[in-house]
Design a protein around this ligand. Structure first.
Ligand code: AHR
Length: 505
């Protein structure tokens, strides 16, 4: 059996782990909101129409912050439509996804729902069809306690306390030609700077995210970041990254190595941001909000044909409802490892999305809710990763991935908290053979092995479905053993693993 070796040394830190790394994303898209989190006729719906089984699963997932309400949707969104008496709210056309927006769920309801699931609300602004005035209005409505017209309106709508939203996205994917109001880096940078300055005039303590590239293969990638940051460097705190991965043309080896692309993406954006910093001789540092990431079979969506027709605007259509396999979950686990490895600069990240739309949680109208395979690595990482991220020394055999060249079979990261609890996360990308991994934990002193959980299956294409919702679940990895300061574990092919150990001295 091939083998890999890892050394854990608590002195080698990446940085403190920001819990916002375990964020997610809810967009008014398909059945994410309507017939997803919200289904008033469902037997488990509360008085506001929200499904309590979905709330329970979101809590179990461990999501810390949720980006809302889009995505592409936000670039045509009027936030005022989603507040006030529900019966008076207008039905609108959701141009991004060619569907009907009833506005029965809006800012008011979503902010309440975030409280129920225990997550912070991150708001995205419409900078596609709107600008400074509307951004200021939304900020006033959301964050001002008393005395202004819009804070009074919010109170009259039933919420005297402001929502207190700290993190704001200045638009969505403004580099993408598909985006309503798409513009050049110059034009967007100028607009984002104006909006950010105006918002800070109202509340200097806001945390603002400027749009980076929609993915690393955009023709403008790199230049976009540089130009946008040249306009906004002093006005914002974060630049966004978005990335979706899929298996293409049966090339599973490259798909399993998707985190190599994510690593390179993050490092390129850091380099670009830091070069703008150097040129400006600035003391400020711009960090990353990786506020959309996941596996998404985008090619299938493109091939399936978009909804069209002047008189055809369906309510809650089934869109982007990818069914995730074990392999997809292993890739999601490895992408989480990549995010953790960059925890010094990636300060927030959002698994896109949360329910039904490229999601860890699926629902059936009038029926059950269940966990997709990708639910597990996210929930377990969010639960076990604590404190400070550690940089590990990993010696692993390699393989050649067509898209990325030579790639290690095993990738890993660890965290340690103040109580001495250590979590180690591992991915094995090998497709045919198990691998034995020896983890040198001698520097921790005597340790007690707690959980050891592996996600794998003899059929790496297996998934959870409405008919068989519990086909895939992580299982205890009984091969884990510790001896003389070395933790040894066997990892099956295409697998993701989490280990938890406690230093006993
Ligand atoms: O998450 C689905 C879509 O992907 C979002 O609306 C958009 O921002 C991205 O292109």
């Amino acid at each position: 059996m091939p083998s890999a070796r890892i050394v854990v040394e608590p002195a080698y830190t990446v940085g403190p782990l920001n819990r916002r790394l375990f964020g997610s994303f809810v967009e008014h898209l398909g059945r994410c909101v309507y017939d997803g989190i919200y289904e008033p006729g469902h037997q488990l719906a509360d008085a506001d129409g929200f499904r309590s089984d979905v709330v329970d699963l979101v809590r179990e997932l461990g999501v810390t912050i949720i980006r809302y309400p889009g995505g592409n949707f936000v670039s045509g969104h009027r936030w005022e439509d989603g507040v006030g008496p529900r019966e008076a709210r207008p039905q609108r056309l959701n141009l991004a996804w060619h569907s009907l927006e009833t506005n029965q769920v809006g800012l008011q309801e979503f902010a309440d729902w975030c409280q129920r699931v225990g997550a912070e609300l991150m708001l995205a602004l419409n900078l596609g069809t709107r600008g400074v005035v509307e951004a200021l209005d939304l900020l006033e409505y959301s964050n001002i306690g008393v005395g202004s017209a819009l804070s009074k309106e919010r109170a009259a709508n039933g919420t005297p306390e402001p929502f207190g939203v700290r993190m704001w996205c200045l638009g969505n994917e403004m580099d993408g030609p598909w985006q309503l109001g798409h513009r050049s880096a110059e034009d967007y940078g100028k607009l984002a700077s104006q909006v950010a300055k105006a918002m800070r005039q109202l509340d200097p303590g806001l945390e603002l995210v400027v749009c980076g590239s929609s993915n690393r293969s955009m023709p403008t990638f790199g230049t976009w970041e540089r130009v946008v940051l040249e306009h906004t460097y002093d006005d914002v705190d974060f630049i966004s990254c978005h990335a979706y991965y899929q298996e293409r043309d049966g090339d599973r080896g490259s798909f399993l190595a998707s985190a190599v692309d994510m690593d390179a993406f993050i490092e390129a954006v850091i380099a670009t941001a830091d070069s703008v910093q150097a040129a400006r001789r600035s003391e400020r540092r711009i960090d990353i909000s990786f506020d959309e990431w996941n596996v998404w079979y985008m090619d299938r969506y493109r091939e399936s044909g978009r909804i069209t027709g002047l008189e055809n605007w369906p309510y809650a259509p089934r869109l982007l409802e990818d069914r995730y396999s074990v392999t997809d979950a292993v890739v999601v686990g490895s992408l989480l490892i990549s995010l953790l490895k960059h925890a010094d600069r990636v300060q927030a990240a959002c698994l896109a999305q949360l329910v039904n739309v490229i999601a860890p949680i699926m629902t059936e109208p009038g029926g059950p809710a269940w966990r997709q395979t990708i639910f597990f690595p996210f929930a377990i990482t969010a639960r076990l990763a604590r404190g400070t991220v550690l940089r590990l020394a990993v010696e692993s055999p390699t393989y050649v991935a067509a898209a990325y060249g030579t790639v290690p079979l095993v990738d890993s990261v660890a965290t340690i908290d103040d109580s001495g609890s250590v979590a180690v996360f591992l991915v094995h990308r090998g497709m045919d053979t198990p691998i034995t991994v020896s983890i040198d934990v001698g520097s921790l002193g005597p340790v007690q092995l707690g959980e050891s959980i592996t996600l794998a299956d003899d059929d790496p294409t297996a998934s959870n479905t409405l008919e068989d919702p519990q086909r895939i679940a992580p299982a205890r990895n009984r091969s884990a053993r510790t001896e003389n300061g070395v933790l040894t574990i066997d990892l099956p092919p295409i697998s993701w693993t989490a280990l938890q150990l406690t230093a006993t001295k």
